[in-house]
Design a protein around this ligand. Structure first.
Ligand SMILES: O=C(O)CCC(=O)C(=O)O
Ligand SMILES: [Fe+2]
Length: 216
């Protein structure tokens, strides 16, 4: 086919098991990307992306916002979930249906049926942004997984063990991939290496990451 984009939307969907509770769903989101991406743009217009500060006083390189009942925030008081956007004092935007549906489908495909996310964190990585190794531990109930969608520029995801010093694997995350980790893998350290320069047909010079969680 001569259609420029046919190879983008027709990449095979396949599951790669990366641990007893973690699955990389390659290309899982490609069919839903148009709706998801435009809904993310709507959310970002209402709830601005901002660079949060850690308890230690460091400004994160990624820019962040949220949708859903609960939003992840960080400031000098530390990491936590909040019902109100601290920038506006208003509730976060409701989670768009396209996002909620995709998260549930991905969780189910990864072996976590019944996932009801109440938080969707939106991270924008411009070229050069990264996320250091960390655990996701601000959620109330660790029985539910983290479901994480990558859009735009590719990134190397560091997937480590339960200790910060454990060796990690380097996993390539591409546009439309969904990484799910839960169960025995829920507390594994993870992070993202510096995003390399590039131009993506949908997202331009950025990587967008959405992570869904049952936080409350
Ligand atoms: O950007 C990613 O792929 C991971 C993001 C992440 O680990 C987080 O937001 O907690
Ligand atoms: Fe994380």
């Amino acid at each position: 086919m001569s259609d420029l984009f046919s190879d983008v939307t027709e990449k095979p969907v396949w599951s790669e098991h990366l641990g007893p509770g973690s699955v990389l769903l390659h290309a899982f989101a490609l069919q839903a990307v148009d709706a998801v991406y435009s809904d993310v743009q709507q959310v970002i217009q209402q709830s601005k992306l901002r660079q949060m500060v850690t308890a230690g006083g460091y400004q994160m390189s990624v820019s962040t916002t949220n949708c859903g009942e609960l939003g992840w925030v960080s400031d000098l008081k530390g990491y936590r979930y909040e019902r109100l956007d601290p920038l506006t004092g208003l509730p976060w935007q409701p989670m768009p249906e396209s996002l909620e549906r995709l998260a549930k489908q991905a969780a189910e495909a990864a072996g976590y049926p019944g996932f009801e996310p109440d938080a969707c964190l939106i991270n924008r990585y411009d070229v050069g942004c990264k996320m250091s190794l960390h655990q996701d531990r601000n959620e109330k109930d660790y029985r539910w997984p983290v479901v994480s969608l990558s859009l735009g520029l590719p990134a190397i995801f560091m997937f480590g063990g339960d200790e910060r010093s454990d060796k990690y694997s380097n996993i390539l995350l591409e546009h439309g991939d969904i990484m799910v980790w839960g169960g025995p893998d829920r507390m594994r350290f993870h992070g993202v290496k510096q995003v390399k320069p590039g131009e993506h047909p949908v997202c331009g010079q950025t990587r967008i990451n959405l992570t869904w969680r049952k936080a409350g």
